[in-house]
Design a protein around this ligand. Structure first.
Ligand SMILES: [Zn+2]
Length: 145
């Protein structure tokens, strides 16, 4: 299970990743009959600008750091989908800047759920920061689900 964060009004693009069907063919070439890539060697999927996807657990972490989880303290009651309206985006952007200057690991050590802070924190905050920027630019809310 995973959670995607995205800005619905942001422009759509296409992302791709390499198909691994060449690992199953005898000559190591892309399989022209591949069900996934149809022989192209790449699988493409639509994605909106700034969109990113994380595991449920990390999605909950992000929500907690940023302060929009509705049920703090219990991941089992956390919110699996929701929306931040455009008028809240400036507040969110400020909050992310604060967190980037003072990462959560300094404050929430000792908790089981928050026990493993590392570069993920920094990387998720950066991605969320980019998504907020994109959302503001395109006057879009941010959704997750
Ligand atoms: Zn393939």
């Amino acid at each position: 299970m995973s959670i995607t964060f995205w800005a619905p009004e942001a422009p759509q693009g296409v992302e791709s990743y390499d198909c691994d069907c060449n690992e199953w063919t005898e000559d190591g070439e892309t399989d022209p009959n591949c069900h996934f890539c149809k022989g192209a060697g790449k699988i493409e999927f639509p994605i909106s600008e700034g969109e990113f996807n994380v595991s449920n657990t990390n999605g909950m972490l992000i929500q907690k750091w940023i302060g929009f989880a509705q049920y703090p303290g219990d991941v089992s009651e956390a919110v699996y989908n929701g929306k931040i309206p455009t008028e809240k985006l400036q507040i969110l952007q400020r909050r992310i800047k604060e967190l980037q200057e003072d990462p959560p690991r300094a404050r929430i050590t000792g908790s089981m759920f928050f026990g493993t802070f590392d570069d993920r924190v920094v990387s998720y905050l950066r991605r969320m920061g980019e998504l907020v920027e994109t959302a503001i630019e395109h006057n879009s809310p941010i959704c997750w689900g």
